[in-house]
Design a protein around this ligand. Sequence first.
Ligand code: FAD
Length: 415
Amino acid sequence: MTDPQPSQKPRAAVIGGGPAGLMAADILSGAGIAVTLYERMPSLGRKFLIAGRGGLNLTHSEVMERFLPRYGEAAEHLREAIAAFSPDDLRAFSEALGQPTFIGSSGRVFPKDMKSSPLLRAWLRRLDANGVAFRVRNRWTGWNEAGALSFVGPDGRDVTDSPDVTILALGGASWPKLGSDGGWADILRKAAIEISPLRPANCGFAVPWSDIFRQRFAGQPLKRIALSHGGETVRGESVIAHYGIEGGAVYTLSRALREAIEKSGEATLVIDLRPDMTQKQLAAPLGQPRGKQSLSTFLRKAANLAPPAIGLLQEAAAGKLSAMPAYEMAGLIKAIPLKLTGTAPNDRAISTAGGIAFREIDEHFMLRKKPGVFAAGEMLDWEAPTGGYLLQACFATGAAAGRGAVGWLAEKAKL
Ligand SMILES: Cc1cc2nc3c(=O)[nH]c(=O)nc-3n(C[C@H](O)[C@H](O)[C@H](O)COP(=O)(O)OP(=O)(O)OC[C@H]3O[C@@H](n4cnc5c(N)ncnc54)[C@H](O)[C@@H]3O)c2cc1C
């Protein structure tokens, strides 16, 4: 059988050039469908590239029984897509594009050279070879009265398209300057599609720091600490921000912290500055005479604390530290209660929670109220901690939506 002429091929529009949209375009173009990929920014995959800046954590190597629960109540909706495009499949995909992966000591999976750019470049070459047409600087604005997709194209021109099938992969609302600003939520709400509000996830939190503490320590890390909230403790690192606190260990607890703030307006995060020592072990050197040393020098030597940790301790003790008995001081070092009064805004979050409600899509990721329109990636209503779970779900749902669209076109062709 010869290939159909380009004009006879079914046509797909993919909107959004992040991992989910690119994956859908890959599946569709691989199945011989003519794909046009629309992206509002001047180039593709900007958030994916930023994700690689500190080491691209593609996925996680843990067993499925531990992996899936990371998605909370959305796990059941993602189970099939992740089974069909698993962490191993994602590793094989990366390797096929010339980027073999390795498992880090934490079980997280990274490409060997840690970056996104070589992977993205090789991927775009493959899509180009498969005939995907890229239309950057095209911002989707919804459907017009005739039901065609509408875009504001380069130079403000109106652009319309009436493909046989559409994939929406417009991302969440974090880091809007990279392109995903969640503006699609209002478009879909107008089409009577239920969208749960987009809220910051894997985000920092506001802390009412004193001016002096903020000026001295904003931007500095708190290393080798443990954070606790609601019975969960994580070890790691955090960063003092001008507005509060952010960084890996905070992100891990961010869902529970955000929910506590949503419920009661504030939450308490407990910081252990020396998780490797007991209160009693710490109290012994702290009980030694300080002599002529300043309190900071004494704390640095006796408790091995860095300046931001000492600053935090002083902030928490509100001027009472120098008169504090050693055992009490050791207790504070082990459990500084930090009052969080709000979440950091979406533009500083790694990802967003909320999105298209799962009841709005069928098992092939097609919008029930918009036959022939599929959705994938972070714009769906799931959230997960950092650790590779975000990208894994974006790739897997992009692949699932792509397969769903291929299947839907095949069914339509039979009619
Ligand atoms: C700093 C940072 C680090 C991260 N690190 C990791 C990590 O190591 N591991 C991990 O798993 N995850 C990480 N993430 C999260 C991960 O990058 C995202 O979850 C993922 O990129 C989402 O993929 P997506 O395809 O759904 O959406 P996006 O990547 O956001 O892509 C959506 C695309 O749609 C385009 N778009 C939006 N609106 C329109 C419109 N109206 N018209 C046309 N185009 C539009 C956007 O410009 C964008 O290019 C990180 C995120 C950030 C911000």
